[in-house]
Write a protein that binds this ligand. Sequence first.
Ligand SMILES: [Zn+2]
Ligand SMILES: [Zn+2]
Length: 172
Amino acid sequence: MEMRLKIGDREEALGFRDGFRFETAAEALGVSEADARFQGPLIVEGTLENTGGLFRVSGEILATRAFVCDRCLAEVEARERYPFTEDFHRDSAADDMDVNAFGEEGIDLAPLVRDVVIAAIPIRNLCRPDCKGLCPKCGADLNQDDCGCDREVVDPRLEVLKDLMMKEKSQG
Ligand SMILES: [Zn+2]
Ligand SMILES: [Zn+2]
């Protein structure tokens, strides 16, 4: 799918500012399943702004990404947002190599979106920042509940509770 912003007379007016929204897919951007497992479309939402001499394209990409947590091995589907801001100017004025150029066909957002998505894929995947991971003894998911393995000092209050439960059982 084309993601192109036309730059015509309307856009050339100083102070021009307007929103845009595109839907694309990871495959269309050349992002493979090996890079990241995106679920459904990638939504590109942003604003095109004529800042005088330059066209500023800013916004964010909304994506749902599936991955396996590095610590607890849970399968996770996370909604993510990748912000971007990039300046463009016409080919004819292109002597600054740091700025993206565009021609008569307008601004093609596909390369920008692809770069932002690739850069946003983290090396480390966690289901949540404080994921407790798996018990090194029995492999239980410590986010769910404690397996009771002797990994740390037992809370004496839990010991009291255990005694009470045992008593109740024997009476019943
Ligand atoms: Zn986790
Ligand atoms: Zn355990």
